[in-house]
Design a protein around this ligand. Structure first.
Ligand code: ATP
Ligand code: MG
Length: 202
């Protein structure tokens, strides 16, 4: 190819690229809350959500937190909130893991009661961030209506961000969320016989 022709081709390609880059920059200048799904089998979903809680609190923003599954073990985040940050809007479903309770109708009643709180938070403009920890299990077990959850996430205040955590959860929630991260389980200390660690795992 002659040099002139090569230069012209390069120029056309660069012009095209510039249009694409400029439009991405323009799109990224949108100011609004985001919806985030943290899923997958690896460790790091809930702890990442609580990392965002700390970030928000650092700027003096209000945060709402719902925990859809509460383990038997008290967690560091629960102690931190209850003892040091009672101003945080915090609600726990209060039933243990489903394989402990083995009571489907009781679980559904608890899930529905918890959803009332979640739905309230998802309409509260004063909340900068809402965490729906382990919500995906409510979908996986069909305890809560998927369309109702998707609707609430879609129609939340535009400045509010929401973080959903938990394994699985189905495709609808993946589709509706702006950011979806899947934490992959490469290895976990527990599998090598190391006990869950205070301040690290709970
Ligand atoms: P974390 O709260 O530590 O961020 P997570 O939210 O990603 O974990 P969950 O499925 O909610 O993971 O499980 C919570 C607990 O189970 C934590 O104590 C965590 O260390 C442990 N855990 C997470 N993933 C694994 C795994 N792949 N194998 C064994 N234990 C795990
Ligand atoms: Mg978790």
């Amino acid at each position: 190819m002659a040099d002139d022709k090569k230069s012209q081709k390069h120029k056309t390609a660069m012009e095209k690229q510039k249009v694409s880059v400029d439009s991405s920059i323009e799109a990224a200048s949108l100011e609004r809350g985001v919806s985030i799904l943290l899923t997958g089998n690896g460790k790091g979903k809930s702890s990442s959500a609580f990392g965002m809680v700390i970030r928000s609190l650092g700027y003096g923003y209000k945060v709402g937190i719902i925990q859809f599954i509460k383990g038997e073990q008290l967690s560091g985040e629960e102690i931190f909130i209850r003892e040091q940050h009672p101003e945080i809007d915090f609600y726990q479903m209060g039933t243990g893991f489903t394989w402990d309770t083995q009571d489907r109708s009781g679980d559904i009643a608890a899930a529905e009661k918890t959803w009332v709180e979640a739905s309230r938070m998802l309409q509260d403009k004063s909340l900068h961030l809402v965490i729906l920890d382990e919500l995906t299990y409510m979908l996986a077990y069909d305890y809560l209506d998927e369309a109702m959850i998707i609707d609430a996430i879609k129609n939340r205040p535009s400045e509010q961000s929401v973080v959903v955590t938990g394994r699985g959860g189905g495709s609808a929630i993946r589709e509706v969320c702006d950011t979806v991260s899947e934490v992959q389980d490469k290895k976990h200390a527990f599998a090598a016989g190391v006990k869950a660690r205070k301040g690290v795992d709970f």
